[in-house]
Design a protein around this ligand. Structure first.
Ligand code: SAJ
Length: 401
């Protein structure tokens, strides 16, 4: 069987590689010629442990090839970004244009799948578009929505072992998509309809966002009353039915900080808690920036000089190099804009160089700083010892003091 993957990004490329490794002939399509060139040269343009070796293997044995336009295949997968536009409204234009690109190649018996996170109703909308342009294909092709669930950094394992939700427009489509994913997924493939599958993806990420918002709200209350929030959560979680997540400096990344808006913008009256969770998590980053600014002012008043401040971490979560929607990056920018010539040392051990921030080694920054701000819980930071002579603002529980 031959499959065409539209989009060779953080999800499309690894999925294409794994499918190729399991015997499917793959043409991977990306509009960026540089991505296509790198992929064909066996070079991974994203960071994902263990993936490059696998790419080299499937390119070498001819199972995967990248191109800038699609080719006749048996199955087509839309794995392109769905950002938002205007006031957090979902923008499905990339799904639309990827679908338009494959339209001329579709033939009877083919499978068309959307993997991109999408607002409810997108699969039906795309089906209508396909059938209005190619009416002869009505009821002759299989259409399904099958969201991904992998955690960046653990993709090789999760792509194979996670359960998946497979939502066809009819039972035959669900079955056809299950047969495809069954070639490489060892987790259970749960059948449903496409609307439920679309909502399921949004629900998973909104649920996590709400749970993190609960922890972030607690952290702000605890700060006011002088309670160590890490100890509090640890104790509350000893209850058999309580499982609170960890507070941080906000919520980042391209999924959890984005997907809940796909529900709240479509259902502004009903999605009150989901919208509030977004607000709480966004506010947490502003609250952290204000805490840093206040600590800097206090230091200057008490010491009659400007402080040296170490901002520890830029990535959106621990032990990755991804800065997309990163609250840490937002806080560093905000503090730098208001710092009045104080010396700010920016640390991100997972990145060699950054085009905006001059980066400092984490040990050196910790040593030099009067004020240390932990923004991302990178593992190397945990080796640093608590120093009573420094002001330490620990927003991610590195030192749990
Ligand atoms: N975070 C906290 N406290 C926590 C856990 C996370 O503040 O206790 C923060 C992180 O620091 C980060 C943000 O939340 O800023 C998101 O990180 P994450 O690890 O929760 O999730 P992502 O964005 O890397 O991946 C999520 C996953 N979804 C769920 O766990 C429900 C993943 O399974 C999805 O495949 C992915 O979104 C996606 O692509 O949708």
């Amino acid at each position: 069987m031959k499959a065409c993957f539209m989009g060779l990004g953080y999800i499309g490329l690894p999925t294409a590689i794994i499918a190729a490794k399991h015997g499917v002939d793959i043409v991977g399509v990306d509009i960026n010629p540089q991505v296509v060139e790198m992929t064909n040269a066996g070079k991974l343009h994203i960071i994902e442990p263990g993936m490059e070796e696998m790419l080299q293997e499937v390119v070498k044995n001819g199972k995967l090839r990248a191109a800038t336009s699609p080719e006749t295949s048996d199955a087509y997968f839309m794995v392109v970004p769905t950002p938002f536009k205007g006031d957090h409204e979902p923008d499905i234009s990339y799904v639309e244009s990827a679908t338009r690109m494959v339209l001329p190649f579709l033939k009877e018996g083919d499978l068309y799948v959307i993997e991109s996170t999408s607002p409810v109703g997108t699969t039906d909308k795309m089906a209508e578009m396909i059938f209005s342009e190619r009416p002869e294909l009505k009821d002759k092709i299989y259409i399904a929505y099958c969201p991904e669930r992998v955690l960046p950094g653990n993709v090789i394992y999760e792509l194979v072992h996670n359960d998946r939700v497979i939502g066809g427009r009819n039972e035959a489509s669900t079955k056809k998509a299950q047969d495809f994913y069954g070639q490489f997924v060892q987790g259970t493939l749960h059948p449903t309809n496409c609307k439920t599958a679309e909502m399921c993806k949004l629900t998973e990420n909104s649920c996590r966002d709400s749970q993190i918002a609960f922890a972030n709200e607690l952290s702000i209350i605890c700060d006011k009353v002088g309670i160590n929030v890490w100890e509090l959560i640890n104790l509350a979680n000893k209850h058999p039915r309580v499982n609170i997540l960890q507070p941080g400096c906000g919520v980042g990344g391209h999924c959890i900080a984005v997907d809940p808006y796909f529900i709240s913008s479509e259902f502004p009256k009903e999605a009150r808690m989901i919208a509030m969770a977004r607000e709480v998590n966004n506010y947490k980053a502003d609250w952290c920036a204000e805490k840093v600014q206040n600590a800097m002012l206090r230091f200057e008043l008490e010491n009659k000089r400007k402080p040296v401040v170490a901002m520890m971490g830029l990535a959106f979560k621990p032990n990755i190099d991804d800065l997309r929607e990163s609250p840490a990056k937002y806080i560093v920018t905000k503090v730098m804009q208001s710092c009045n010539n104080a010396s700010i040392l920016v640390v991100e051990p997972n990145i060699q160089e950054h085009k905006v921030f001059k980066l400092t080694n984490y040990k050196e920054a910790y040593e030099k700083a009067d004020i240390v701000v932990f923004l991302t819980g990178h593992t190397p930071f945990k080796e640093l010892e608590w120093r009573a002579d420094k002001v330490i603002l620990d927003f991610c529980g590195i030192m749990k003091k």
